[in-house]
Design a protein around this ligand. Structure first.
Ligand code: SF4
Ligand code: SF4
Length: 82
């Protein structure tokens, strides 16, 4: 947990929806419910993951590490010091 005066690391998750095969491993791995299955259908015929709550992403990379299809890229940004 962040201490007073500190903030969560900010992250941004980018989904390559054409690589996704709807296995949901990333959704299960994310501790902040950032991801969900979309209503879209990709080239492979799967419903790919989409970013549902981007503001909650801490950039922890758990989703990207567990994805067997390398469909997720994480960008991390340090919080600004006040
Ligand atoms: S980087 Fe972490 S917080 Fe962000 S979507 Fe992936 S698992 Fe969730
Ligand atoms: S782990 Fe990868 S392939 Fe599986 S649902 Fe998530 S993004 Fe798609």
């Amino acid at each position: 947990m962040p201490v007073e005066g500190d903030e969560w690391m900010k992250g941004k998750v980018i989904v390559d929806q054409e690589r996704c095969k709807e296995c949901s491993l990333c959704i299960l791995a994310c501790p902040h419910d950032v991801l969900r299955i979309s209503k879209e259908i990709n080239f492979k015929g799967y419903h790919p993951v989409e970013v549902y709550a981007p503001e909650k992403c801490t950039g922890c990379t758990l989703c990207a590490v567990i994805c067997p299809d390398l469909a997720l890229i994480i960008k991390r940004q340090k919080p600004e010091r006040k």
